[in-house]
Design a protein around this ligand. Structure first.
Ligand code: ADP
Ligand code: MG
Length: 483
């Protein structure tokens, strides 16, 4: 019973209820029937007895044994309910006694469903001439009634069984299946599957429940969708804020770095310039000694070389001071392209020479001046050249090429190196702040992101391209003709 479904249980209960109620009804009916047939039996036997009595009046008065026996046999044979007849005289002396199938009279009396009825036999309705006693049996009727009772009980059982089968069919159609659908729907929802829907064709309250369930699932899905959208919006806001914060942090770090470098190179140039001035002074004095014939003339060339080298050192220091500082707040201004390029050449030569990298510079631009922030722009180009130098330093063939040209109203700086391009995953991230593939101490991951910011400030673009199999970065700046 425990494992039965609700509809099966109801069907089983129904079966028992129908069984019990039909049993009670049948039994009541049976008792009533039994009583009725008992009464009827009584009436019938009384009637039959008086009938029999009438047939005995004449033979008993005449003491006609033959006639008495004939009457007795006739009644015994023709009436199935008559089991035995005894005829006595008025003093109860036996005249004739006959039974069906020659059974003993007293034994027949003890059989169930038999009664003995006795009546006086009279002559001319007055004179008492004897007695007639008859044993009647209603076993046939009782048996028939019992049979009817068992038949109706069996019929009731079959009826109850069929009724419970039919009820089970309809209950499972209208109750079990829709409920089962709802149960599996609820289980799916518990496992976060809100796409589940249940059929709404069930009748009555279960149909309403199914429709409410579906509406609830719709509402949950709507809510989830809104939450997802909200989450995505939040994620996007966070992503944009993070990029912004990273940029700000990169700019701050870069400014701090440049400020420190500026301070350092200012101090250094001050320290170097003084002894440099002394060296230049002394070399000039020595050259005058050559003129005076105090020193052999073949030494003059060395003094000239010393002076030249000192000039170069002082120029480098001057450039270093000029470029190694945070120029982000400088105003836009026009500056000479040639000087800008030669200063870049000076500032990168040391690193390139040290790594034995071949550096070529080709200026095809017709411009004499550019408009922008000179220091930040020079930092962009220097940074690109330094990146190239880092990339090719261990290669067999090492070269870096800076080409300047004009195209479509833009001045284009191309920094190309002998590297074979940048892997795609690095390409995707290299412009974001703090992304570096270099070891700690060597790379900061600031170069390209800061450069991109500077170029965008100039309304230009910094793009990576791969041309003829070599790595190339291109800076395109719109040509601004300043009145
Ligand atoms: N010319 C180049 N060849 C190969 N890889 C490069 C080149 N320029 C930049 N990259 C890649 O881009 C990354 C980011 O460069 P950058 O922003 O200048 O930071 P950093 O030089 O400090 O690593 C480098 O670490 C390197 O992986
Ligand atoms: Mg770099």
């Amino acid at each position: 019973m425990k494992n039965l479904s609700l509809s099966q249980r109801i069907s089983v209960y129904l079966f028992f209820v129908v069984c019990v109620s039909t049993f009670v009804m049948n039994s009541t009916f049976f008792i009533v029937l039994q009583n009725q047939s008992e009464d009827q039996f009584n009436l019938q036997t009384t009637e039959i007895l008086s009938n029999i009595n009438r047939y005995y009046q004449i033979p008993v008065w005449n003491l006609d044994y033959h006639g008495i026996i004939t009457v007795t046999d006739t009644w015994l044979q023709t009436r199935s309910g008559v089991l035995a007849i005894r005829v006595t005289d008025e003093a109860s002396n036996l005249i004739v006694q006959k039974t069906k199938e020659n059974k003993l009279f007293d034994l027949l009396l003890k059989q169930p469903h038999t009664i003995l009825k006795k009546e006086k036999i009279t002559h001319d309705n007055r004179q008492h001439i004897g007695f007639v006693e008859v044993i009647f049996s209603n076993a046939d009727i009782v048996e028939q009634n019992n049979f009817t009772y068992i038949k109706s009980i069996l019929g009731s059982l079959i009826f109850a069984f069929i009724l419970s089968l039919v009820s089970n069919h309809f209950l499972s159609l209208f109750l079990h299946r829709p409920l089962q659908n709802l149960i599996s729907g609820t289980q799916a929802a518990r496992n976060s599957n809100y796409t589940i829907r249940v059929p709404e064709d069930a009748v009555g309250e279960i149909g309403m429940l199914a429709s409410e369930f579906n509406k609830t699932m719709n509402a949950i899905q709507d809510r989830d969708q809104r939450l997802l959208e909200h989450n995505n919006q939040l994620e996007e806001i966070i992503r944009l804020r993070t990029i912004e914060l990273d940029k700000q942090r990169a700019n701050m770090i870069n400014s701090a770095r440049l400020a420190a470098l500026g301070e350092f190179s200012a101090g250094m140039s001050h320290e170097i310039n003084n002894p440099l001035a002394v060296i230049i002074g002394k070399a000039t004095i020595l050259r005058t000694f050559v003129g005076k014939g105090l020193i052999a003339p073949e030494y003059e060339i060395h003094f000239i070389k010393i002076t030249e080298m000192c000039d170069r050192i002082s120029k480098i220091i001057k450039n270093l001071r000029a470029y190694a500082r945070d120029g982000s707040n400088d105003p836009f201004d026009s500056f000479e392209l040639n000087r800008f390029l030669s200063d870049i050449g000076e500032l990168t030569r040391l690193k390139l020479d040290k790594k034995a990298i071949n550096f070529r510079m080709q200026n095809h631009s017709s411009l004499l001046k550019i408009y922008g922030k000179e220091i930040p722009l020079s930092q962009v180009i220097i940074n690109l050249i330094n990146n190239s130098a880092d990339a090719v330093e261990n290669a067999m063939d090492k070269w870096v090429e800076l080409t300047i040209s004009d195209k479509d109203g833009h001045i284009v700086f191309s920094v190309k190196d002998s590297g074979q391009g940048i892997p795609e995953d690095v390409q995707k991230k290299m412009m974001t702040p703090f992304f570096t593939t270099k070891i700690i101490g060597k790379g900061t991951g600031l170069g390209l992101s800061i450069s991109k910011g500077i170029i965008e400030e100039h309304k230009g673009e910094l793009i990576y391209s791969i041309e003829s199999g070599n790595t190339e970065f291109i800076v395109r700046l719109p040509i601004v003709t300043k009145a």
